[in-house]
Every structure is written in C-alpha cells, then in structure tokens.
Design a protein around this ligand. Structure first.
Ligand code: BG6
Length: 506
C-alpha cells in the first residue's frame, strides 16, 4: 500500500485536541455557562476534540453528573450565539461531562477529584492529561492550586496545565505572591494566565498585519507616528458585579491586563519566530519599557472617572454609587484614561493614550494610530476639511482595519476631504470568527502558550499601573464626574489637549 502523503491529509493543518480532561473550578459560575462550556461545545462541533475528551465541573452546589449535563445543555442552548445546537454532537460531548461537588478549602475535595480523574483516565484513555481551569473567586486560586498539589494532581502521567482567570493579583506584590504559590505545585511552563483580549481575532490580526506585511514596518515608529489612542468603551454599567467592581475599578479591570496587552501587541518589536516564548519575550520587553511616572506626572497624565445618574433614551439610569452592592460614597473609577510613554528607540516621546469606561455612549474597542501631518501645506487658501492620517484597528463590534487619508473633492479648486480605505473581517472572509475562549482553550489544550500571559508580563503591567492606582487612592476625587451615556470626564479631554491632541469619537 502506498504511504499516506501527509500533504494530502486535510486534517494536517487542523489543530486537534488530544485525549484529555478539563477540570473547571467554579463550574456553577457565570463564566462556565456563558463562555467556557459554549466554547468547548463549539470545539466538539468543529470535531476538534478527541473521543475521550472529558470535563469535570467542580463547585459547592451538590449535583449529579446528569444534573450537571442538563445545566450545561441549557447553557449551550442559551449562550452559543452562532453555533446551532446539534443533538448528536451534544450527546457525544455530554457523555464526557462529570461533576464533583466540594469546597475548594476542603482537602477531601482533591482526593475525590483524584479518584474521579483516575476513573476517567481508565474509561476514556486520557493518558492522565489534565487542564485545570481556575474560575473561582480570585482569593481561592492559591488554595485550589495547593490542594491539587497535596493530592499529587499537579504532576502525573501525561501533561498537567493550569489556566488562571483574571484578575491575577490586585497589585505587584499580590501578583508575585500568587505566582509563588502556584509555583509550589506547577512550574511556570504549566501555568496559563488567561487574558481573553489576546484571543480576539482582531488582536491576533495585529501580529499578522504588522509582521506579515512589509509596508507598515518602516512607518511604525516615532518618526512617522504622532500618537496612538486605545479605546475600550462599554455602554453597559456594572451589571450586578458592583461588589467585585468596587474593589477593582476600570484601571485594574481593563487597562492593567487587556489594554496593556493590546498596547504591547501594537508596540512590541518583531519577534524572531512565532514560538510562544519568542512572542512573549517581546511583549514582556515592551511592557518593561513603559516609563515610570512620579506622582505629579501621574496627576497630569491620567484621569479617573465615575459615572453619575442620567436619563438615557427615556429611561433613568442609576449612577455607579446607586448600583446595588456599591458604597454610596465610593471612590472607585468606572472610567480610566492614562498616558503611557515607552522608553525605547522606536517610541520615545510618542504618547499612547489608553481609556476605558463603563456607561459610555456605545460599545466599541479600537486602536487609532495617528500619523504625523505632511511636512508642508502646499495647497493655498481654503483647502476644506482636513484631518490627520489615521490607521484604525477596530477590535469590536465590527472587526476590521481602516486607513484614513485625504483626497481631493471632485470639482474645481483644491478642496480636500478625509476618505477611508476599509477592510472588514466579516465581508472579506465571509467566515465565522471563533470566540476568544475557543481560541484560547484550544491553545491551552494543545500546549500553545503564545496568547497567554507569563509571570514577567503580568508583573510588568502591574508595575506600570500600581503607582497610578496609589495616587488615585490617595486623592479624593470629585465623583461622579461624568454622566452615564457620555464620553467620560472633561478632565480626560483636557489631558490630551495639553499635548495638542483630542480623543477621537469612535
Ligand atoms: C472583562 C471585565 O475582563 O472584560 C469586564 O472584567 C468587561 O468588566 C469585559 O466588561 C469586556 O470584555 P469584552 O470582550 O466584552 O470587551
């Protein structure tokens, strides 16, 4: 028989998950039902999971395997937005769902889990491969990891990996302490700190755009780029997460992790290869090059905000201090804007303005790269409506890239107008984009950590954010300072105006 030609094998380039089990701590929580199980179901639907694939849900609520399966079926039917519910796929997937009830603080739980995993290894030939997913209260991450260690579950046949949800610490010292605890059981190569922004198609596309093309790199530096604006606006409020959010705030919830990772993707040096540590070394180096600011610089270059009540579209919207679980005097920032400088040869002197907020006028995440103006204005008189050259990377809701440049308006005379060259993901590819959790779970299951954050990256971003957090905590802010449904506090506009810049209205 002729040998199989691997180049003719249609699955050769497909990323497939080997036999393994995923253990989810926090299986009764929101993330499990909204994101994790729908993402795993989609992987099953796409036939990327092996026949022996198993999931073990863990939480305190007593439940049988059968009840867990029913609950997860409801989750898939409610939250798999763009994937049909295929009964045959579900049947196969559901046979691999198991449940263990227990308290993360109880050492017995890990013994029970160990027995369950041994059974699964036997019955489903998982070879001992396990991905543990910590989606509990952050205060339980270390306890769960140490519990796994005490039952000998951090090492064994096959591979063992640990995904840790955000927030990873609440400042530099706590992030470091958490890594130290995890490292008692899992070494750094086993730890996958998840940042779902890195799994978004458009964030990954920044790498393709920058390093798959030759034409942008020569422009990608301080000589041609005037400044960069990164915006992650949300129209929703805190949606019942008041108690968590009150402790975190926008700076820690969005900027310390997601947006600094996005910035690192935009600004990092080309990596020598697309291997996990090569890419992560560059991201890390960039984050470590963020300029440290003294307290008075922080006061001038950053803006905290908090939304107050407003009437939007005929409905009364409460202010943050009126949300349930929130202290009526709360000093928490629901809006954060920061100016970041990178101290390296490529970026010295180029401001990166980063902002994120709740209850802004719409949901939009984008990066706007503003280029320097033409060195000379040669068109005399009224040249019409001019504006800067902008490259806009739209992360959501519409995903795409636009280049804005000036064009002559038809007619006599030289009147200019900004026009736009647009690439839209949906219409160009006509294919569904996987969700960030699908991408990231698949990566962790095949052992690819490229899109996961490493200890040094998390610590570098805390080192950048913590001094800002400290100054904001020490200063009594005049909150609320923006009305729900508006683009944030006036001080944020003034912060850019000082350098002759203005926020774009996305
Ligand atoms: C989460 C934050 O990490 O990201 C939330 O905790 C925020 O507060 C969410 O709403 C935004 O994610 P996305 O993918 O909807 O932009």
């Amino acid at each position: 028989m002729a040998p199989v030609n691997p180049f003719e094998d249609p699955l050769r380039f497909e990323r497939r998950v080997p036999e393994c089990a995923v253990v989810i701590f926090g299986a009764n929580g929101d993330l499990t039902k909204r994101k994790l199980i729908p993402a795993l179901y989609r992987l099953a639907y796409d036939r990327r999971l092996s026949a022996g694939f198993a999931v073990v849900g863990i939480s305190r609520t007593p439940m049988s395997d059968e009840q867990f399966r029913e609950k997860m079926q409801e989750a898939v039917q409610s939250f798999s937005e763009d994937t049909e519910f295929a009964p045959d796929v579900w049947e196969g997937f559901a046979r691999g769902l198991f449940y263990v009830a227990g308290d993360v603080n109880d050492s017995e739980l890990y013994q029970r889990l160990g027995r369950k995993l041994a059974e699964i290894e036997n019955s489903r030939s998982t070879g001992g491969n396990v991905l543990f997913y910590l989606s509990t209260q952050p205060s339980q991450y270390a306890t769960a990891a140490l519990g796994l260690g005490s039952a000998g579950l951090g090492r064994g046949n096959g591979w063992q990996r640990l995904i840790v949800e955000k927030p990873f610490g609440h400042d530099l010292a706590s992030a470091r302490a958490l890594s130290d605890q995890l490292h008692k059981v899992f070494d750094e190569s086993q730890v996958y700190r998840i940042d779902h922004y890195l799994g978004k198609e458009t964030v990954q596309n920044i790498l393709a755009f920058r390093f798959g093309n030759g034409i942008f790199e020569p422009l990608w530096n301080r000589r041609y780029i005037n400044h960069v604006q990164i915006t992650a606006a949300e129209s929703i409020g805190v949606e019942g997460r008041g108690a968590y959010y009150q402790e975190a705030g926008a700076l820690a919830d969005m900027i310390q992790n997601h947006l600094l990772q996005v910035m690192a993707t935009i600004a990092m040096e080309p990596s020598a290869s697309f291997r996990a540590n090569s890419v992560r070394d560059e991201r890390s180096k960039l984050l470590r090059s963020i300029k440290a600011m003294a307290a008075d610089e922080i006061r001038a270059s950053t803006t905290p905000g908090q939304y107050g009540p407003a009437r939007i579209g005929g409905a009364d919207v409460p202010g943050f201090r009126q949300e349930s679980g929130v202290d009526p005097q709360s000093q928490t920032n629901t809006y954060a804007a920061v100016t970041v400088f990178v101290e390296n040869w490529r970026w010295a002197g180029v401001p990166f303005y980063i902002r994120s907020g709740k209850r802004l006028p719409k949901r939009v995440t984008e990066i706007a790269i503003q280029f320097n103006a033409a060195p000379l204005a040669i068109f005399d008189g009224d040249t019409g409506d001019t504006g800067p050259n902008l490259l806009i990377v739209r992360i959501q809701p519409e995903e795409g890239i636009s280049l804005k440049f000036l064009s002559k308006r038809p007619g006599t005379g030289m009147k200019l107008r900004p026009v736009s060259m647009d690439f839209n993901y949906g219409s160009s590819f006509g294919e569904r984009s996987p969700s960030a959790y699908e991408t990231l779970l698949l990566d962790a299951l095949i052992g690819d950590a490229t899109l996961y954050t490493r200890q040094d990256m998390v610590e570098a971003s805390w080192a950048a954010v913590e001094p800002i957090q400290n100054v904001w905590r020490e200063t009594q802010s005049d909150f609320p300072n923006y009305a729900a449904g508006t683009w944030g506090p006036a001080a944020s506009d003034a912060m850019l105006a000082r350098r002759g810049h203005a926020w774009r209205k996305p």
